[in-house]
Write a protein that binds this ligand. Sequence first.
Ligand SMILES: [Zn+2]
Length: 113
Amino acid sequence: MHELSIVMSIIDIARDEAKKANVLKFSEIELEIGMLSGIEMNAFDFAWNEAVKLTILDSAVRVVSRPVGKAVCLECDANFDMLTLYDQCPVCQSPFTDIKQGKELRVKSLTTV
Ligand SMILES: [Zn+2]
């Protein structure tokens, strides 16, 4: 499962950060998961609940922001919101677009008490 490997790498990041900061637990983790990142949130939640047990994140509150997809058409320069990676330009129907936002997948912050 794709989501599980993502959760595992987030735990790795948190572990590295904990070592650097010399802390044992994080109380909050802030994630940015773009609407176009291809992550299925139900699968992500399920993987999260299983994987963080007994890790430094097991009691961390998870705050997730989900930037919407934004793109610029490469044919007519129109700016538009994208709901899926395959959306066409609403002005000229071109499938060629430059995605500016929405594919994010990152740890924004880790907080310790
Ligand atoms: Zn266009």
